[in-house]
Design a protein around this ligand. Structure first.
Ligand SMILES: C[S@@+](CC[C@H](N)C(=O)[O-])C[C@H]1O[C@@H](n2cnc3c(N)ncnc32)[C@H](O)[C@@H]1O
Ligand SMILES: [Zn+2]
Length: 259
């Protein structure tokens, strides 16, 4: 619930405390913010394009089939305490990883509607990962980042010194052979080095756990896997006529904040 995480948040305008009363959120200096009917708090100054309703529906359908359960289980086993999920989408991973309290951040209101209901311990907030996060310093034990944009300095700021960043990133063979067949975005061999480049000033790589397997997908599930990701902007999922045996291949990496 939003009320459980409000003391972990700050006003995005002046960085003062936020107070939730009578279903609305204010800071002591008079900045006020909307709580949507569906339960998420909007702390975005300007709207940002995130996942569309179609992408969120495809993601929900695919994740509910349990194909990525081994990823969620690995992430959950590595998480502790208060957990922030940056680019949380529907809150699927956070709902499994949350221990004490969970904060789902995303720019997509369609995703946040789902995240707000994903687990009783989760609060959902519209915020841009590329901007200063509306979150207190050293507030979280775990930051999750699952197939989503990364902001290394902000993730470092909001983590306790004893906390951990957990990233999930695709390997070059993830979603083969669907990637070639439908001309989707590919993951190149340099991606892992770039991940270290992006995070390396603020974090040291602690543990890397590969999660891999084969998924026997129906035609509808192949359509969902295409339509739920960045590929939705590139591919025509409607062209899928038959099911496929698809590779799942990601890495779950635990990062320790540098002091
Ligand atoms: C590929 S989806 C992953 C969602 C979720 N982590 C999952 O794996 O189910 C990427 C998510 O990042 C969100 N996103 C994109 N740009 C963002 C930004 N600048 N700040 C916050 N979230 C963003 C999208 O709306 C989307 O929900
Ligand atoms: Zn304020």
């Amino acid at each position: 619930m939003l009320g459980d995480v409000i003391d972990l948040l700050v006003c995005p305008v002046c960085r003062d405390d936020l107070i939730l009363s009578d279903g609305s959120v204010r800071c002591p200096r008079g900045h006020s913010f909307d709580v949507a009917r569906q339960g998420y708090l909007n702390l975005l100054n300007t709207p940002v394009r995130g996942d569309t309703p179609e992408m969120v529906a495809a993601r929900t359908a695919f994740l509910e089939r349990g194909h990525y359960a081994p990823i969620a289980e690995t992430v959950a086993a590595l998480s502790a305490g208060d957990v922030l999920d940056a680019g949380a989408g529907t809150g699927h991973y956070l709902a499994r990883a949350v221990r004490d309290r969970g904060l789902a951040l995303d720019v997509s209101k369609h995703a946040l509607k789902k995240a707000a209901k994903a687990h009783p311990k989760i609060g959902a907030v519209a915020a841009d990962v590329w901007k200063p996060l509306p979150v207190r310093d050293a507030a979280f034990d775990t930051v999750l980042n699952v197939f989503a944009p990364r902001n290394a300095s902000e993730f470092h700021r909001v983590l306790k010194p004893t906390g951990r960043l957990i990233t999930v990133t695709p390997n070059p063979d993830h979603l083969e052979p669907v990637v070639e067949r439908f001309g989707l975005l590919t993951v190149d061999d340099e991606k892992d080095r770039r991940l270290s480049d992006t995070l390396g000033d603020h974090f040291a790589r602690d543990v890397t756990e590969p999660v891999a397997g084969w998924l026997d997908l129906t035609a509808a599930e192949v359509m969902s896997v295409i339509a739920m990701g960045p590929n939705a902007w590139h591919a025509r999922a409607g062209d899928v006529r038959e099911g496929a045996r698809v590779r799942m291949s990601v890495q779950v990496t635990v990062w320790r904040p540098k002091s």
